[in-house]
Design a protein around this ligand. Sequence first.
Ligand code: 3EB
Length: 333
Amino acid sequence: MAHAPATWRRTGLAAECSLAMLRTSIIDQPGSNESLFARFRFCKAAELTATPGLYCVELEHLAGPDTEYWFVDGPTEHDSNGAIRWSLSKDQLLLHWHGSGDDIQKSARSAYADLLAMMQQLGFPHITKGWNHIPLINEGDADLERYRQFCVGRAEALDRADPLADRSPPAGTAVGSSSDSAFQVFVLAGKRPPVPLENPRQVSAYKYPRQYGPRSPSFSRASYQSGNNLFVSGTAAIAGHESIPSATLSKQVDETMVNWLALLDASQDSLGTGFDLSDGDSFRLYLRHRADLSPTLAQLQQNGLDLDKVIALRADICRSELLVELDGVLRKR
Ligand code: 3EB
């Protein structure tokens, strides 16, 4: 094996004898031992409120499936406490926090602190992936931009929870919602730390230089969990640490796919399991401009993406020059 990250050595391959199965799908069809763990819809949270296991992502749905289904092995329980709702199976925990994002640094810190405390209490102390939906993400200048403030709050909460662990951060997605939406954080958590995967074409986000904000973003490019799932972080047109210059839409889509393929190419050497695009069960496409939908979908299809599995959403991306971002969940069968 080439370069094994620290968490990999700590976790150890031999310990991974049982698979913590999670299967995302755009079809509502559980397998024989599976239960429905979560359903994601794309709408205003108020429309759904408290239906157990139903989670609302407050982003405008543009195209593709309108629901993402998550299935797990064995039964699922749903519960809630304060601002947090969750779904729990024997090996997976999904939590959703929502609240105001007015003071986004403080909100991010308290959201992550609350989530980490609940995870600890339920016996799932490790974040596999976080999905962050931040109202007005690009408002504010330079270091006061709300995305950068979010990064500070998130980093503070993660530091405080585990100050001595030099682990890589979890996978992540951070995209913007409209001014009248809640600040939402979804976290998938596990009993053991996931294995991080970095992209050889990109500087690790947690090592981005100071020019992008007071605290570099706490996320890994992907995380690999218990033998079968790969959670790919929001991936955009960034090479090294810079957004690609003269970034027309089609160049950004190309660069995004080149990044995806480079990341997946690294999976065999880094993880011992090679993933490719056809292992994807579900993808979320984030577009800054509605009008970019058709050309983007056409280009993604040319790049080998199965559009039946692509949920297209209207969202702001965390750097104002970025027009498009793509994340997804892959699975070895
Ligand atoms: C980037 O590559 C684009 O802050 O959690 C992508 C995925 C981005 C996750 C995060 C940010 C985050 O830097 C931005």
